[in-house]
Design a protein around this ligand. Sequence first.
Ligand code: COA
Length: 445
Amino acid sequence: MTAVGIDAIEIWTGKLSLDLPETFAPAKGEDPEKYTKGLGLKTSSFPDTYEDIVTMGANAAKRLMDRKGLVPEDIGRIDVATESAFDNSKPVSTYIAGCLEQVYDDDFHHANKGERKFACVAGTQSIDDAYNWIRAGRHRGRSALVVATDTALYARGDPGEATQGGGAVAMLISEEPSLVELSPEQGYGSADETDFLKPNQQFPSVDGKRSMQVYLARMREALTDFESVAWDTHPDDFAYIPFHTPFPGMVRKAGLLGYRHMIRDTEIEEDLASEIGRQPREEAFDDRESYEEAIRGYMDDLSGTDTYREWYGAAIEPTLALSRRVGNWYTGSVHVARASALQHALENDVDLEGSKLLVGSYGSGAQAEMHAETVRPGWAEEVAALTVDEQLDRRYDLSYEEYERVHDSHNHDLNDDIEAFTQPDGEFVHTGWGRMSERQYDYVE
Ligand code: COA
């Protein structure tokens, strides 16, 4: 079977940066360690005044097309995943195609365009759509452009304000991909949940604590569903496990839960038994409550073992490096986690070709998806081409007062007109609104 997967990836970060322990925590009267140790975050990326989901997505897509030497006729679909859309009818992909058509001779008139919505899992769902389209043989030899782009902004004063961010990830889905091949096997955990929603409003209504519980519950269902069609997973099967990362502290919990599941009935559980006992089995308890208490005790003990810490340091920790610097990018977040892991492998000369990743995506509302990926021979060249670290270093460091102003400038109800903090250079910018309130964009040389 021809391999289908991610051929190339490009990341575009919002050009502003908010330092959470140094700038945000003191202004809120909070302990900086809530951010560094609790949530696991250092800075959040924010869009400058001339940036939005279209400019960031189009800039990532242009960079990807230029680097791969692509022209519009090479692209058969443009799917945008976002939960920050500003129009209930016209999809963001049409705006992005319109931007790109300003700089390429050809057009995207024969590309299928759409917009995917299911909170943060929509980016992975768009990859799925592209995979199925190629597998069905409807692609005419062309590739799909998937763009996950979001401004993850919460109302000022909302607890979610601690976990904001903004940026875009563009991915090219092709046959015989350079980066990773996707497994045909997938697992789902999906249920009607009320943890995070935006009923026709810009900033989300969030039950943060509930969203963390639902994330873990749905992720667990997705893992067992994946195993039912793939194989019984073992921690040694995967070089890295990139999870959806709203903030690294969330992944700390998911990693521990996943590890407990994967080591059950394996030699690892047996080897650890002399140190922390075997895992509690529900049938050994009279009621659910005492079973759950025993599980909590086991998890605490497990998290302190060298065996677990070593595995976490190798398979999970490297997925979090970029997230600590960018915050939550909603639909792009799990794809940033994958990129972070691959960068770690490149920097440490890890021979990754043929290794497997287990990718866990999640969207509130709620659905988790799990699949495996196999790293392809061209991965190192692709990852070496990423410029995300340089982009992050170049961001403008906001004061708290500037942060408040830029937040208000992106608030659709206020649209405060303020001076930009950075200068656009070789990129698409938002210039204003047209006669039907459509957004307008230009390419700035
Ligand atoms: N030192 C070390 N750790 C600290 C700390 C300190 N001084 N102060 C707080 N912490 C820890 C807390 O113990 C907690 O960790 P834990 O969950 O492991 O116990 C973490 O830091 C966060 O603190 P908390 O008081 O729970 O933060 P919060 O009330 O601001 O809420 C969210 C955090 C994530 C719930 C909130 O930001 C939110 O709603 N975010 C949006 C929704 C979201 O991202 N959901 C995730 C699933 S998609």
